[in-house]
Write a protein that binds this ligand. Structure first.
Ligand code: FES
Length: 139
């Protein structure tokens, strides 16, 4: 094999290996970013008013994410994503104080989801909720 054809052969081999390597490196990134099967299907949850005591909270999972239904004292039911808007910990309902506390960095949210203190940059995400009689539908 002549020197220039050997060089062309080696260049072609390295190019092929480079493309294969790039594909192997990008595939996990693609799988991570691509929506999983079932994504986009919106789940709905139904509760009865009696499922949530006055001043209490009921945690559940909606579309694979932690969510919470609260009934503040003297108020009406509200549903939120229970994921803290700071770094994603699950906020805890503080019965008796009518507010949420994030155990990770002390973020505090009101019963309406607004930030009362700590590092969270924005309110808890409210979830759509419909009350018909004594039935609560979320999602
Ligand atoms: S994750 Fe909630 S305050 Fe940091």
């Amino acid at each position: 094999m002549e020197m220039s054809s050997r060089r062309k052969f080696l260049t072609a081999c390295l190019g092929t290996l480079g493309i294969a390597g790039l594909g192997a490196a990008l595939y996990p990134l693609f799988r991570y970013l691509a929506p999983s099967k079932g994504a986009g299907i919106k789940q709905k949850m139904t509760f009865q008013m009696s499922d949530v005591p006055e001043g209490g909270a009921k945690y559940f999972e909606l579309n694979g994410t932690a969510a919470v239904l609260v009934k503040p004292k003297g108020g009406t039911v509200v549903a939120f994503s229970a994921v803290c808007t700071h770094l994603g910990c699950i906020v805890q309902w503080q019965k008796g104080q009518d507010q949420f506390l994030c155990p990770c960095h002390g973020g505090q949210f009101s019963a309406q989801g607004t930030v009362l203190g700590g590092p969270p940059p924005k309110p808890l995400e409210k979830l759509p909720l419909v009350v018909q009689g004594t039935t609560i539908t979320i999602g």
